[in-house]
Design a protein around this ligand. Sequence first.
Ligand SMILES: N[C@@H](CCC[C@H](N)C(=O)O)C(=O)O
Length: 270
Amino acid sequence: MTFVKGHGTENDFVLLPDPRGELELTAELARTLSDRRSGIGADGVIRVAPSPEHPDRFLMDYRNSDGSPAEMCGNGARVFARFLVDAGYQPAGTFTFDVRGGERVATVDGDGDVSVGLDVVTLGPDGPVAVVAGREHRGRAVNVGNPHLVTVLGPDDPELADLDLAEPPSFSASDFPDGVNIEFVSVIDDDRVRMRVYERGAGETRSCGTGTAAVAAVQLARTGRRVGTVTVDVPGGTVHVTIDDDGRATLRGPAVLVYSGTLNPAVLAG
Ligand SMILES: N[C@@H](CCC[C@H](N)C(=O)O)C(=O)O
């Protein structure tokens, strides 16, 4: 069985091409492959399978590095789209693929950038709190298909780079019964912010596509807008997020495949 390793702004993924739809991406397999010492190392694993519903489409089957499934992974979707084109499954340009419970439209251009349309971004109430190193950071709940808590750092908060995210921030389970991805934001100007993220099921990562969409929606709202483009600088690069009239977000940024290899069959056997 072959695998491909890729990343989008250093949010990194193992892709498992499964053209006949024979493989089960179990939680255990995702954990094994994601391990950065005994496995390949990744923030998440993506099985590339034929769509059971649309014979002409592929399905992105995703799990976080801890084995948990997630409703959506924005950077993973961009890397998945890059793989479909580079592997010859899709011509470059704009095409549709399936995700669990929905479909996404991607555009893969020659310049290395890949765009993917996400779900409607829904702003929830202000008020949920993330606690980092004993300090409370009040934020806003945002749904991008998956749950997010966006906190914008104020003048009295530590610098973004100084936040200690080695341990998971705590949050109220009654606000987020299914867990949450937590974004910390430092504003550069109305149209550009910096972000760090602690991802549900993966820990601190170098980028999170759905997280950048959540942050963009909050930044637009903070500046009296619903629609527009926000540039989000993450530790692994830069993602551009456009939110349209319908509240749908499109991510644009680099997505690259870095190497491929062969899995030891013993790994698949468990
Ligand atoms: N890295 C992803 C998000 C992956 C899923 C997330 N950890 C969750 O559990 O919701 C992205 O690029 O969106």
